[in-house]
Design a protein around this ligand. Structure first.
Ligand SMILES: [Zn+2]
Length: 422
């Protein structure tokens, strides 16, 4: 291009906007989405080749958040960073949601990358990373400078050798403030409820997760991490993430979305079990003493959502799990409400303020609660009135909560919600 008729400031502002991918799920969470980072990188590459005037800004932005798709990219990247020691990378995306990228990324080649130090690196997203193939665990336990400044870690569709191996990646980041684990699984199925104790002790001993305040985790990953331990009644799994967590977002995934994202058939049964509130109980029970806000997001297709005869609802599980009354201030329950006989509502809030397994009523267990929001996804009128009326009728105490509301939303315009990971 010979010349551009637009002022360079305007062109640079357009290029800056290409880095605007911090918006998954419509939340101000600061999480990345690998599809967006890859598309932005492609666009910025094109910008850098357009003209000299654009190159400086485009290259600066490219080095701000590089997206390394496969082993070939990684080799090019590691060779380039040795020639450019002053680059200021703030984020890094490894892997991609496309299946071919997962297959062509050999994680053992990432060792040389993890030995490098990026002083400004804050955000690491690993997508489809097969950690059991490398790098070696002893390397992750070496407190490498690579992980020292990372504040946001996302592990999406990753596979680890064991639960401890997954935690070694998490614990390698001493500055971690936000952690997202989604659709990740464990190769070795030997984790037991007894294994929780040494891991809870290890997080204390290593002084890990001291700054971890925001945790995003899905039921699918929890089922994989704890595996058989859940069937023998594992509780307190959240302790491995330290005591500082104030915000927990727990998600049961959409089986169709997971299918589209390439999840294997044999893993589908895990989704069916992920609907059970005991999975939420396994991580919440007697964990997260500083928890102030919990959000449960359920994107489950109705065909897989069995009519409830469960003992505990999500709200009762949350209420029973709190080790210190009065700390929890906000509960948000988002889920589909389209079942007969209000069983959708019963799954969410139960049938009364009496709580099975406790002498205390809901109002005593949740003393100090300031906000309760129940989102009725895809709930048609007048069913929405019926659901809202049922919730109000079984929770009369909720009238005393400063902020209590139910509202409905049509997700058909937001289909991306169900397929995007964290
Ligand atoms: Zn309902």
């Amino acid at each position: 291009m010979e010349s551009c008729c637009l002022p360079i400031e305007l062109c640079e502002a357009v290029m800056d906007a290409l880095l605007d991918y911090y918006e998954p799920l419509g939340r101000s969470s600061g999480l990345l989405e690998s599809k967006r980072t890859w598309e932005s990188q492609q666009a910025l590459c094109a910008c850098s080749l357009t003209c000299r005037a654009w190159r400086v800004r485009a290259q600066y932005l490219l080095w701000t958040l590089p997206h390394i798709l496969d082993s070939r990219h990684l080799a090019q990247f590691t060779s380039a960073i040795h020639k450019l020691p002053e680059i200021s990378i703030t984020g890094l995306v490894l892997g991609d949601q496309r299946a071919y990228a997962i297959k062509s990324f050999d994680p053992s080649t990432a060792s040389s990358l993890f030995m490098h130090s990026f002083h400004h690196l804050q955000h690491l997203l690993c997508y489809g990373f097969l950690f059991y193939r490398g790098p070696p665990l002893r390397m992750l336990r070496m407190r490498l400078p690579f992980f020292a400044s990372i504040t946001v870690l996302q592990l999406l569709d990753c596979t680890f050798q064991s639960a401890r191996a997954m935690l070694d990646v998490v614990w390698a980041c001493p500055s971690l403030a936000t952690l997202a684990i989604s659709r990740s699984t464990i190769k070795s199925k030997r984790s037991s409820a007894a294994g929780l104790l040494p891991m809870s002790a290890a997080v204390e001993h290593l002084r890990a997760c001291r700054k971890l305040t925001s945790l995003y985790v899905d039921a699918f990953s929890l089922l994989a991490i704890w595996d058989r331990a859940l069937s023998v009644g594992l509780r307190g799994g959240g302790r491995v993430f330290g005591c500082a967590v104030t915000t927990l977002i727990f998600k049961t995934d959409n089986i169709t979305g997971a299918w589209n994202a390439g999840v294997q058939l044999c893993r589908v049964t895990q989704f069916l079990h992920s609907l059970d509130p005991t999975v939420l109980d396994s991580i919440l029970w007697d964990s997260f003493p500083a928890l102030r806000s919990v959000t449960v997001v359920s994107h489950v297709d109705p065909v897989f959502q069995k009519s409830s005869n469960r003992v505990l609802s999500l709200l009762h599980v949350i209420a029973l799990s709190r080790p210190i009354p009065g700390v929890l201030k906000t509960i948000i329950l988002e889920g589909k409400h389209d079942l007969e006989n209000n069983s959708c509502c019963k799954d969410a809030v139960g049938t009364s303020e009496e709580v099975v397994g406790s002498e205390k009523r809901l109002r005593e267990l949740l003393v100090g609660l300031a906000e309760l929001v129940i989102r009725l996804d895809e709930c048609k009128q007048p069913a929405a009135h019926k659901c809202a009326a049922y919730i109000w009728s079984v929770l009369p105490w909720m009238h005393d909560i400063p902020f209590f509301r139910t509202y409905r939303i049509d997700l058909s315009d937001l289909s991306d919600l169900s397929v995007s990971g964290w």
